[in-house]
Design a binder for this molecule. Structure first.
Ligand SMILES: Cc1cc2nc3c(=O)[nH]c(=O)nc-3n(C[C@H](O)[C@H](O)[C@H](O)COP(=O)(O)O)c2cc1C
Length: 253
């Protein structure tokens, strides 16, 4: 199974990067070894690290520079419990909606809301209709921008040795109401963030037999939908001939 985007012996060799090979390797390592985490140790997240992670999120690109993301740090145990109960109910409803795979969905662990040291809710701000640049035909670009912020946080957390899980098992109206969001405020994520015993080697949904990563070649087209695109050989294929180069210091995530 290939899910490896590591560069080979000399990361950045074919590009004119001002990152050192170690820096390039570190970026790919964070990308490869980021996992959606659902098991956490209960110890708290350091306040300075939390600040750094939120800064990283806030450096994300955003359509028309609208910065639509809002972060709500959940510290009230009653809110955390309510979120957990709500997510559990939603998992049941999701299982029912999944038909013949219902039993599998019941068995999946899909959140670590109770265990994670930090719980963050990410929401789109109200008043987004005022922002038109880049959104006239694609208003959902606000959502894409906020997703970029979450990904920044996720990768930075991995580099800091912290796990994160994105939970979307909730009714946005219920959550908006529960957290007193203004009209137009729209929650898109409950983020479980915290220390972990170890990072999963593979996506949990893969380990659980839910799905597998598709080959990149099936997803990249040339000039028209469905037409195959000639890509350079994957680093995995090269490694299988030459052996791992150790550039990232790690095997495939
Ligand atoms: C928008 C979004 C919503 C997600 N919601 C959930 C969720 O509610 N529960 C969950 O267990 N995982 C959730 N995930 C994580 C995916 O299941 C996970 O990214 C995928 O299985 C691949 O695993 P990986 O992130 O470890 O590579 C979500 C991911 C994204 C991007």
């Amino acid at each position: 199974m290939s899910c490896n985007t590591r560069p080979s012996a000399d990361p950045g060799a074919a590009s004119r990067t001002d990152f050192s090979p170690d820096e390039v390797a570190a970026v790919y390592r964070a990308i490869n070894e980021r996992r959606d985490m659902r098991h956490f140790r209960p110890d708290p997240v350091d306040a300075e690290i939390l600040r750094r992670l939120l800064e990283a999120a806030h450096r994300a690109p955003s359509v028309g520079y609208m910065q639509p993301w809002r972060f709500l740090r959940i510290t009230d145990p009653a809110v955390r419990e309510a979120l957990h109960a709500h997510a559990a109910d939603e998992q049941t409803r999701t299982a029912e909606a999944c038909g013949e795979r219902a039993a599998e969905v019941h068995r999946l662990k899909l959140e670590g809301i109770r265990e994670a040291g930090e719980l963050l809710v990410v929401a789109l701000t109200d008043g987004r209709e005022r922002y038109v640049l880049g959104r006239r035909t694609l208003p959902e670009m606000d959502l894409c921008s906020a997703a970029c912020a979450i990904q920044n946080l996720w990768l930075a957390a991995r580099a800091e040795g912290l796990g994160m899980g994105w939970v979307s098992l909730f009714d946005p109206d219920w959550l908006a109401d529960r957290l007193d969001m203004p009209e137009g405020g729209y929650p898109i994520a409950v983020l479980c963030l915290g220390h972990v015993e170890r990072f999963y080697d593979r996506p949990m949904l893969e380990t659980a037999g839910w799905d597998t990563r598709r080959p990149l070649e099936d997803l990249v087209f040339q000039d028209r939908w469905g037409a195959p695109c000639e890509l350079a050989e994957s680093p995995d294929a090269r490694e299988s001939v030459t052996g791992p180069d150790g550039a990232s210091g790690r095997g495939p995530a």
